[in-house]
Design a protein around this ligand. Sequence first.
Ligand code: BGC
Length: 765
Amino acid sequence: MDVVSIDAVLAELSLEEKLSLTSGVKFWYTKPIERLGVPSVMLTDGPHGLRKQRQGADHLGIGDSVPATCFPPAVALGSSWDVALVERVGAALATEAALEHVAVVLGPGINIKRSSLCGRNFEYLSEDPVLCGVLGAALVTGIQSRGVGASVKHFAANNQESDRMRVSADIDPRPLREIYLRGFQRVVEDAQPWTVMCSYNRINGVYASQDAWLLTQVLRREWGFDGVVVSDWGAVTDPIASLGAGLDLEMPGSPSDADVLAAVRDGSLDQQCVDDAAARILRLVDRAQAGAALATPPAAGAHHALAREAAGRSIVLLKNDGGILPLAKHVNLAVIGEFAVHPRYQGGGSSMIKPTRLDNALDEIRSLATGDVVLAAGFSSAVDVSSDESTRLRQEALTAAESADVTVVFLGLPARLESEGYDRDDIDLPAHQLQLLAAVLEVNPNTAVVLSNGGVVALPFAAEVPAILEGWLLGQAGGGAIADVLFGEVNPSGKLTETIPVRLADTPAYLDFPGEFSHVRYGEGLFVGYRWYDTRDIEVTFPFGHGLSYNTFEYGTATAVVNEDGDIEVGVVVTNTGPVAGREVVQVYTALPGSRITRPRRELKAFASVALDRGESREVTVTVRRKELAYWDTRVDRWVVEAGTYTVDVAASSRDVRTSVQVDVDGDPVTIPLSRSSSIGEVLAHPVAGPILQSAMASAMAGAGEAAAIMPDGVDLARLLNSFPIGQVGMLAAGSGAEVDPAMIDALLAAANADDEGTAAHALD
Ligand code: BGC
């Protein structure tokens, strides 16, 4: 169907048929209109592979589904900071979707990791909105390049699982725009997703599914979204309100067509809302039909190989003292921990994939090693393990560690601790794992730790263990990727997309998570993730953006120029000074010293993942878009770039700035008319009214003589007056026996607002 035929079909549809299109059927499908040849299309999870259910239908990951490649979940893939790689993964998973006749993959999830405790953090990309936006857009671009739609979710402010179907995320306008909506905006503007999925929760008291401001004003009018807004599964409780607000497709279905019909008939719901939703769904169906024709099967093994490549690029080398890694292939190894054999490779809930195959690290280590590799489970994550059994497992591990050259200990979170549907209670690894590690270190200090976890964990052993690999949840080929990195077949290049805090109590949302009585106040405001730790100088275990390589990289001196579009072009020469090829993620942060508004110490604005051969130097150019410099100005309800000399930090983490440069940026004009409630400070800062008031105040002070002396010593009169409303200045003057005619003040303000210097000059005469 082209636009003409969509219009033609629409013209043929009865109101009942249009309405029927606006809700799903059989859990995963849109409804067909058979008499006009409009087929039903399938939308299904996502987001790190396809979960197409075979029998039964549920959104909790319970029923069996067709095998699909399990790529690294977002927590891992995001750590690559690599747009091209992420796009390739998106394209591959969409190919599998297209071959299974799936029209829309329900992902990516790009919610901000507000609290380390969020049970679904493994499905999300970062604590930073630019990173979420750029990588989210890459996934959408990749998916849609194969003629399959993406569904960017969960729009918006779904940052916790506790009470997720009711809770109101109570967020001030600046953090809402600058942190929680910014990533969605970037994805919508850059990648035009076919669909956006609204979240279950409320935002400032209004259900996302019924929020006309969110779904129509912001998403469609401000950002230009032209696709379908689909509900999260079961998120609609009032279909009339939802259609009226701009929701197009209620999933998995609606029992209330008759009520909605009655509402249209009695005029309480504008029929245009139903017409618009039906038109958008027809367009989605049309796009999906065109896309299905593009599907060609991948070469055998190609997607598993891509899953391994992506997993290798997702691993973050947190620490590597004394160059204990990479391992020489001939060393004798003790491999300890059940995760080496039974990997945790994805999280629980609606995103659970049935993998096409599953590698484990032990087999992959054995296939690369030439020395002895001894396995010891060390501990059991089973709940009912006896203490005798625990002691036996531990003893076996210590014996293995004692006689090995190097010990590799696999630690991680048991699967039941993190899932969709609930949050974690703490960020701790199980105590028995920590005790085992401490005992292993005593018998063999040559120990590397490999972590498997979907949300960050505290690392109380970070100072004692020479090497730590953060393996997150790496998908079905993670075992091979871990072996690749351990032996240096892959040079690690992943970087943290979230800070690893020392303690839960240090985390920004600690006092406001998960809220109470169905309200959660985002009290930390803009200060999410590293914006919090860095601005407050809070010690962290590993900072945002951190990640080592087996190499070292040197940065030259950064340059920055504003181009004709107002964007900042940042240039820096990066040199691989290590013995092997590698990748570095160049991170660009900005700050505005002396800013008029509250700002974090520095904020990520752009980045680039750069591959460099041994000894290679390259000039890297990274563009900071002008719009990324903007803050949300609550006085005028729009984005504003503040004028000034910005500091551009080029860094290897939020705390490892390698080179800085200053650049002047012109600001956006903001005109706030003066009124009686403007402060004296604001009037003094006004180009027209300021100088006139200044001289009037100077002569009034001179004239007041002794009266002015009533101010006690030590009071800074200028500062005191600064925040005094000009409309009330008469009261001040009266205290010193003078009189101020309010009409004179009004005349000054009116002349200033009209930019009329001539009239203003005489207003106070
Ligand atoms: C989840 C969505 C998912 C949907 C369908 C919901 O419970 O929040 O992310 O796409 O179920 O499975």
